[in-house]
Design a protein around this ligand. Structure first.
Ligand code: DGL
Length: 269
């Protein structure tokens, strides 16, 4: 049952989706968040669609057990590989959102006749989902997409504000795929953390599109449309992870920008 007082379920392959959870918490402080980070199976970005789909369904079961009114797939790789399946699986039990459609909507409205760049994992870029959805929304936009697989491990290690990370970022951004772009989509949960470095590369001359804020706004609109906005917050946010190590705790705080308590919830017994 979808009730106003029920929580928002947010899931990701690990801690990166906490950038989205953080934006949701700031914009919608009355909503209770149940976050699920599949830390036992990360990264998703290098896995096949079938594997990501299997994990995503299992996570949806957990979020549905918590009576989530919305399931937000806060991972670009899972949004690319599993959104349609998750939507069909969840049916009328909850609203389902991904992190790609709100960005496509935003870009489609703002960037007619322009070339836009996209960086993301191999799964996200290889799936071609952004290209298909943007073409369907506004055929005058050209998309230049580049997989940038070194960036996730680099950021997870907190290794993103020094000369070597700057060189890695710059080498990627210099590739021909991203030539002459008018805006760049950060198509991965981790990339908001390097937004400044990316923007510096372009001398702040183009828009760097951070999907977390756009997605939180789309969630706000979805809740209002379905009359599901919570009037008061009664319960604390919860953060479940399928595996726990101290480094996951550190990463969680890096992405959520405040202290949180991770609870272990094993997906497969
Ligand atoms: N959450 C993933 C994404 O947004 C990045 C990390 C991973 O590969 O699992 O694509």
């Amino acid at each position: 049952m979808m009730n106003k007082g029920n929580p928002i379920g947010i899931f990701d392959s690990g801690m990166g989706g906490l950038t989205v959870a953080h934006a949701v918490k700031n914009l919608l402080p009355n909503e209770q968040i149940i976050y699920f980070g599949d830390s036992a199976h990360l990264p998703y970005g290098d896995k096949s669609a079938a594997t990501i789909q299997a994990y995503s369904i299992k996570i949806c079961d957990v979020l549905l057990q918590h009576n989530c009114k919305v399931i937000l797939i806060a991972c670009n790789s899972a949004s690319a590989a599993a959104f349609e399946l998750v939507k069909a699986y969840v049916g009328s039990k909850a609203q389902v959102m991904n992190v790609i459609d709100p960005v496509v909507e935003y870009v489609g409205e703002k960037y007619s006749n322009a070339k836009i760049g996209l960086i993301g994992t191999k799964q996200t870029v290889g799936s071609g989902v952004y290209a298909q959805k943007i073409a369907a929304r506004n055929a005058s936009i050209t998309l230049g997409a580049l997989a940038t697989p070194l960036l996730v491990p680099m950021i997870e290690e907190g290794f993103y504000k020094n000369e070597i990370s700057e060189q890695i970022i710059n080498q990627y951004l210099e590739k021909p795929e991203l030539e002459d772009i008018k805006a760049l989509i950060l198509g991965c949960t981790h990339y908001p953390l390097i937004k400044k470095q990316v923007s510096d590369f372009y001398a702040n001359a183009i828009e760097i599109i951070d999907s977390s804020v756009i997605v939180a706004k789309a969630l706000q609109a979805l809740l209002a449309y379905h009359n599901l906005v919570s009037k008061e917050k009664l319960t604390k946010n919860r953060f479940l992870v399928s595996d726990f190590t101290p480094s996951f705790q550190l990463a969680a705080e890096l992405f959520f920008q405040e202290e949180i308590n991770l609870e272990k919830h094993i997906l497969w017994e």
